[in-house]
Design a protein around this ligand. Structure first.
Ligand code: ATP
Ligand code: MG
Length: 429
């Protein structure tokens, strides 16, 4: 195929055999979000570039080198969203729905775009489910976010494969004092830092903690620790969060080097990580961003949120073989009809059954075909039962009901009784 007819590197088609797992995952998450009282918001995929520069921060990896930015026909600089928080904050401010201290518990789902090096678990178009809570500043809501994800891992059967890492970045005042101490320490060891860290020391010193460079990591062993710089308010908040996680029995590991890639975090930061996916092990990440809304032109409004990477979680479900068998079955019943008269009767019968069993996955054979070929298609569809309409069945106004997966003999069911019979033998999703 010529190059122009291929998908863009790092942007994937999600094929029909993969979508059932995606829908299972998305369905499980959205049901949980409903149950915990979160409401969905849908933002555009494209925003003014300025929005991301202002919110994510000029000297972050995302803004410096990962954004898909282009000029539109009006000459405006636009960017494909690299994450959801910025647009969500923009939307709540634009519509005034967090004004006067109104609490909003919001979630969104959709594609994000970052020009990164594609590899397993890292793509240029990827998908997130994210959520943001506005106007609640206590540790109770931070705990709720984590508790809800813990329940999600439990329902998905992947709890044993993920680990919660936790840190507090404190209020902006305590972070400021810590930054000073860290800069003083790192400046004294400037020559031993890698080039990237030397640059970050000037632009975004906390990010040095995040380095993968072994020499810099060695320098960091004796560096000042954020925990020693937390003020009373930050400390009490962090203790409150930990007490709630303890109460529910959620294990966590304190990671003083966890700083997150974005500029806007304060107090709580957390990541759920797995060692089952190689290098791209963070499946869900978030934290508190009490200063962000004000920084974007709103009134001071506390906020907290997270985002999970759907590709990585789907990969984890596949790796751990935690995909329920019934989600890949897309057909319950397959109707075969032989001859034109039977085909017409079959169509009408199928619609009557659908009226009575709206969740039944009933596939009617298309393209006619011999007895043998229709049966082959019925079997290949994955259906549990075939319904058969031939000359004999037409004469008696019955339908042949044939189990395809070895659950007993074929029987005849009267047309009027078919829906009731199906209701007893097909578990409806
Ligand atoms: P990483 O350290 O892996 O680059 P990040 O800190 O940049 O992640 P966030 O911006 O916090 O990631 O996004 C939240 C989640 O979205 C990540 O934990 C991950 O599961 C997922 N994610 C982020 N970038 C990608 C990507 N390029 N491809 C696939 N999933 C991604
Ligand atoms: Mg990243």
């Amino acid at each position: 195929m010529s190059k122009s007819l291929q998908a863009i590197r790092g942007m994937n088609d999600i094929l029909p055999e993969q979508t059932p797992v995606w829908r299972y995952f998305e369905g499980t998450v959205s049901r949980l979000l409903d149950n915990y009282g979160y409401k969905q918001i849908r933002m555009p995929i494209v925003e003014f570039t300025e929005l991301f520069k202002r919110s994510i921060g000029e000297v972050t990896d995302i803004v410096e080198k990962e954004m898909y930015t282009f000029e539109d026909r009006n000459g405006d600089s636009l960017t494909l969203r690299p994450e959801g928080t910025a647009a969500c904050v923009r939307a709540v401010l634009e519509h005034g729905i967090t004004g006067g201290g109104q609490v909003q518990k919001l979630w969104y789902i959709g594609p994000m775009f970052r020009h990164e090096r594609p590899q397993k678990g890292r793509y240029r178009q990827f998908h997130q489910i994210g959520l943001e809570v506005f106007n609640l500043d206590g540790p109770d809501i931070d705990a709720e976010l984590i508790i809800m994800t813990w329940r999600l891992w439990g329902e998905l059967g992947i709890r044993d494969a993920v680990k919660l890492e936790l840190n507090s970045l404190g209020t902006s005042e305590s972070r400021g004092r810590y930054r000073e101490a860290l800069v003083a320490y790192l400046s004294a060891h400037h020559d031993k830092l890698d080039e990237d860290s030397q640059r970050r020391l000037k632009t975004n010193p906390l990010r040095v903690l995040d380095t993968k460079n072994a020499d810099t990591q060695a320098v960091l062993v004796d560096a000042p620790k954020m925990a020693d710089y937390l003020d009373e308010e930050s400390r009490a908040h962090f203790e409150g969060l930990k007490a709630r996680l303890d109460a529910v029995g959620i294990p966590y590991v304190l990671n003083p080097k966890l700083v997150r890639g974005l500029d806007y975090y304060s107090k709580t930061v957390f990541e759920w990580v797995t060692d089952k996916l190689g290098a791209q092990g963070t499946v869900c990440a978030g934290g508190r961003y009490d200063g962000l809304v004000e920084q974007m032109g709103g009134k001071p409004t506390p906020g907290v949120g997270f985002a999970m990477g759907i590709e990585r979680l789907v990969l984890l479900l596949e790796t751990l073989e935690q995909i329920p068998e019934e989600i890949s079955r897309q057909v319950d019943v397959y109707l075969c009809a032989f001859g034109e008269e039977a085909e017409l009767a079959g169509l009408a019968l199928a619609e009557r059954v659908r009226d009575q069993l709206p969740n039944l996955r009933l596939q009617v054979n298309a393209g006619a075909g011999s007895f043998k070929s229709q049966f082959k298609k019925a079997d290949k569809s994955g259906a549990l039962y075939a319904l058969i309409l031939g000359d004999d069945e037409m004469a008696q106004q019955v339908v042949g009901f044939k189990p395809l997966r070895g659950q007993g003999e074929q029987q005849s069911i009267a047309w009027d009784a078919l829906a009731a019979h199906l209701a007893t033998c097909v578990v409806q999703g």
